[in-house]
Design a protein around this ligand. Structure first.
Ligand SMILES: Nc1ncnc2c1ncn2[C@@H]1O[C@H](COP(=O)(O)OP(=O)(O)OP(=O)(O)O)[C@@H](O)[C@H]1O
Length: 944
């Protein structure tokens, strides 16, 4: 890793001397506000965004109308302290590592245009792209392509789809663009073929979905003209044309956990999926023999191959594709690959390595209130370790800049002082800063600290936007976080996995649009969300207690300076004394080589074999061997060893009765094996679920719901649940007889829970029996939360009740649907029809997120769980009441569904009218739909 470039003036300094006029985007210039420009509060008329947030007893927040600036006055109390100043160091004294001269970052921000080289134009006939697509790329800022993108695309066999591709380029280097072109070209030119684009996180899938839909707008697939056209009458010609137009459209669908899409593989051209969904799609396509429709698979973030939990799924996908030897192009990319060539050999792909950075990045190390170019870190460490007690480091190695030590006790810690000073400096210059820290708690604490020193905002519009954000956060089901309540108004937010998806989305969008200037996040943001910053500040480079690895570190740094959003970037790694050596190693570290996840420790090969056999991909011993030869494991380990691993995995699967060995030297999946694969469970999870369901079949506690909640509690969520035994005991005490019976039936012993409370011990998980027992208790404990969710207990109440982050409750809420669907599918495949029917009914209830009496109402058009609840609370208690209702009587209730919108519209009479008319039409549809369902139900009753 080289850190050749270091300037002696930061881009923020440069910015201070310049004036830009660009849109307000994260990383873009925003109006300059400094400490010297105090917020001038003026009295304003009541505005629509004026909401005063008032803390009520029991953590409930009350919203009162007030003027925005009044609210700001209330929230934007004077800062408790000011950020320390940062002074330039004696530049000339900054020495570079031996053999290297300090130099300006020479990576050019200007893209060589197509006038310089016609191959840099996407319109060049070599790319064969339709004009609409080229136009769409241009509207999104891509008018010409980078030299590396052109060379990569033009490598033989890629544009024609004959060769696979594996490539790497730095974060923000324009990788996606290459894959997008290859994917789109294949879909456009082969109108019957489909594409799968795989991304590791739901947020990335959603973002890509938006991007892809914009890129394909108006772009048509090359569907050949229908010859019968001429012979058709005019009327049917119109229909046919319409049909053809529809056929030419490129349909993009997102497939991810928690998505409510009803779209199937058949009605999509480009499926943008999480890893799990992509693997299921592929399995179904293989099983249903529709794999021939697949034309291209793009694997973004290919380094996920060695992810501990999900890497094997990626490997499995590639392995299946390689074995199939169909005409399916595989494109894999990542910013953090070191063994690209080996991966390319495995995939029989072309490979490409680019180091091009479209936006220059300056990297610094911050140590004891001084800032050094990252390139001098080793020298810094050597000097610091030789230092005598009386000598000062800064006398021996002059820093690039100095941060004044702070007189405030909150900032006596040099790392905190540096973080605040750097973040405030960025915001004051009108840019966005991303601060990474090691834990969720640290995010909140640091956000509060930085907010105390943030520059006051003078711009009324900006203040209004922050108040709007506060109001939106307040209107969420989980309520407004007390820390955010104080930090948002100061343009500071935080983002971590303990928050709900809605909170994170609002905060991320506010940062992206410049409403928030500083965002403090855990490392998960670096990988999961595409948020750029002018300045990235890494406070400690730790994830929990562990120092982050080089891949994660690069991901964090990669957020600095993104093309299209920024023209420069800076990273500051703040380091404490104890970490200096490790941090130097981190700065110098190479990316780790990607390894197979099918190694025995990760048990991936077992699943790989079961899936391949159950989906009918392979069965005979030779074919199985051939399949194994397509794995990365086979590429990286001794061949003999791999065959031994294969044999023992097959034996285990046979012992567990997931496979049977048939006389003709072939393996076949048992009914159980097929059920496990169809429900997308890992073999171990499938076996566990099977045991539990088998017992439930013998005696199902039907006079209550607790057993079903237990069954629907996702194993993955339960595994990471920490039990608070006192809470467990309280919940057991509150259960009715049926609930207690259900839990005792699955193996929960109240006596054991009591012992755990009294002893204060934690669960032992060494022997298989202990692991099994822990699994049951964790699952039962999580089942209480699922029950509460299903009974409409607010998310924040559940979080408080079980002392867990609200984000964790939401993860449970999101994952239970997929898991429940898996359980139902499992029962169906096992031919346990009755059990499947009972569970399926309860699944509907989970889906509705409401109690059984609301389910009926939720079938009505426009009536989702929240609306159903509001309708019920306002007198429309059931389907019949809705069917009988006067539409105009529903309008006030519908207004309550979105109070903010209603409130806003009230300011403008014409808007109010239009909105009311819209809601009346909606109400009419609701009543008509309720009538239809009611009639149908009556008909069924009469027939019965
Ligand atoms: N040739 C180009 N000209 C102008 N902008 C480009 C070009 N190629 C890509 N970009 C823009 O640069 C930004 C980053 O590109 P992209 O997302 O493709 O990078 P990446 O390498 O995939 O990043 P990451 O590693 O974060 O996934 C995007 O806004 C994209 O539109």
């Amino acid at each position: 890793m080289s850190f050749k470039s270091h300037r002696f003036e930061t881009s923020i300094d440069v910015a201070r001397r310049q004036q830009y006029h660009v849109a307000q985007l994260a990383g873009h210039k925003r109006p300059l506000t400094t400490e010297e420009q105090p917020l001038q509060l003026r009295t304003e008329k009541r505005g629509h965004t004026g909401l005063r947030l008032k803390q009520q007893p029991h953590d409930e927040l009350h919203i009162e109308e007030s003027t925005p600036l009044e609210s700001a006055r209330a929230s934007a109390h004077p800062n408790r302290f000011t950020a320390s100043r940062i002074h330039p160091g004696p530049d000339s004294a900054v020495s570079a590592p031996e053999g290297e001269q300090p130099q300006k970052n020479t990576a050019s921000t200007s893209v060589p245009g197509s006038s310089q080289n016609p191959l840099f134009s996407l319109a060049n006939s070599k790319y064969g792209l339709p004009a609409t697509l080229i136009h769409n790329f241009a509207t999104l800022g891509v008018t010409s392509i980078y030299a590396w993108q052109a060379s990569c695309l033009l490598a033989r066999g890629l544009l024609s789809g004959e060769r696979h591709l594996v490539y790497t380029a730095p974060t923000g280097g324009g990788k996606s663009m290459v894959a997008d072109v290859l994917l789109l070209k294949r879909i456009i030119e082969n109108p019957t073929r489909k594409a799968i684009l795989v991304l590791p996180y739901v947020a990335l899938v959603q973002e890509k979905l938006k991007w892809m839909r914009r890129i394909v707008e108006g772009v048509e697939k090359n569907v050949p003209p229908d010859e019968d056209d001429q012979e058709e009458s005019k009327g049917s010609m119109f229909m046919r044309r319409r049909h053809q137009k529809l056929q030419k459209q490129i349909r993009v669908t997102g497939f991810f956990g928690g998505s409510r899409t009803t779209t199937t593989w058949a009605d999509t051209d480009i499926a943008i999926c999480t890893i799990e969904k992509a693997n299921s799609l592929l399995n179904t396509a293989i099983e249903e023999c529709s794999i021939g429709e697949l034309g291209v698979v793009v694997l973004d973030e290919l380094h996920m191959l060695d992810d501990e939990h999900r890497g094997y799924l990626l490997e499995l996908m590639v392995t299946k594709l390689l074995l199939l030897q169909q005409d399916i192009q595989i494109v894999g990319m990542s910013a953090t690959l070191s063994n690209t060539e080996m991966l390319a050999q495995w995939m029989n792909a072309r490979f490409f390595i680019s180091t091009y950075r479209p936006v220059p990045i300056d990297e610094y190390l911050v140590y004891e209130n001084a800032i050094y170019p990252a390139a001098t870190s080793r020298q810094l460490f050597q000097t610091a370790s030789k230092l005598t007690a009386s000598a000062s480091l800064q006398d021996s190695l002059a820093p690039h800049r100095n941060i004044e030590p702070s007189e405030y006790k909150e900032l006596t810690n040099a790392a905190t002082n540096a973080m605040v000073a750097l973040a405030v400096e960025t915001a004051s210059a009108g840019y966005g800063a991303l601060v990474f820290c090691g834990s969720r708690n640290a995010c909140q604490v640091h956000a509060a600290t930085i907010a105390e020193a943030m520059p006051h905002v003078e711009d009324k519009e900006e203040l209004d936007q922050r108040l709007d954000l506060l109001a939106e956060l307040t209107s969420l089901a989980c309520g407004l976080d007390p820390v955010l309540q104080h930090t948002i108004i100061k343009g500071t937010g935080f983002h971590h996995a303990g928050m709900t998806t809605e909170e994170r989305e609002l905060i991320a969008a506010a940062y992206d649009s410049g409403v928030l200037k500083v965002l403090i996040a855990t490392c998960s943001l670096a990988a999961g969300v595409n948020l750029p910053a002018r300045r990235v500040i890494i406070n400690g480079a730790r994830m929990g207690r562990e120092l982050v690895g080089p891949a994660m570190f690069r991901q964090m740094c990669g957020r600095a300076g993104r093309k299209g959003k920024d023209d420069a970037g800076e990273t500051y790694l703040i380091c404490i004394k104890a970490d200096l050596e490790a941090v130097c190693d981190l700065l110098d570290a190479d990316m780790p080589a990607i390894e197979s996840s099918l190694v025995p420790e990760k048990r991936g090969l077992k699943r790989a074999l079961l899936e391949a056999i159950a989906t009918g991909l392979v069965s005979g011993c030779e074919a199985i061997k051939e399949y194994v030869q397509c794995t990365l494991l086979y590429r990286t380990l001794d061949k003999k060893l791999v065959y031994n691993i294969m044999k023992s995995a097959l034996q285990e699967l046979a012992d567990e009765e997931l496979l049977i060995f048939e006389e003709d030297e072939a393996y076949k999946a048992t009914l159980l094996g097929q059920a496990v694969v169809a429900s997308a469970f890992a073999p171990e999870d499938g076996l566990f679920v099977h045991e539990e369901l088998k017992r439930a079949l013998q005696a199902f506690v039907m006079d209550g719901d607790m057993q079903v909640f237990y069954m629907f509690t996702p194993l993955q969520v339960a595994t990471s649940t920490n039990i608070d035994w006192q809470i467990f005991r309280n919940q057991l005490d509150l259960l009715d007889e049926s609930g207690l019976r259900a839990l005792q039936f699955v193996g929960v012993q109240p006596g054991f829970v009591n012992t755990m409370v009294q002893s204060g011990a934690s669960l032992k998980e060494t022997t298989p029996e202990q692991i099994q027992k822990a699994r049951i208790y964790r699952r039962a404990y999580t089942a209480f939360q699922l029950r509460d969710l299903s009974n409409e207990v607010p998310l924040s109440t559940i979080a408080r009740r079980y002392r867990i982050p609200r984000g964790t409750v939401q993860t449970l809420a999101q994952q239970c649907h997929g898991f429940a669907a898996g359980i139902v599918k499992f029962c169906q495949r096992m031919n346990w029809g009755m059990m499947a029917a009972v569970l399926d009914h309860m699944r509907d209830r989970l889906e509705a997120g409401a109690r059984a009496d609301l389910l009926e109402m939720a079938q009505v058009a426009f009536v989702k769980s929240w609306t159903a609840r509001l309708l019920r609370d306002n007198g429309f208690r059931n389907l019949h009441a809705l069917a009988e209702a006067e539409p105009k009587d529903l309008v006030p209730v519908l207004m309550m569904v979105n109070p903010r919108k209603t409130q806003r519209n009230q300011l403008y009479p014409t808007e109010t009218e239009r909105y009311a008319a819209k809601l009346l039409t909606k109400a009419e549809t609701i009543v008509a739909s309720a009538n239809k369902i009611w009639d149908r139900e009556m008909q069924v009753q009469i027939e019965e």
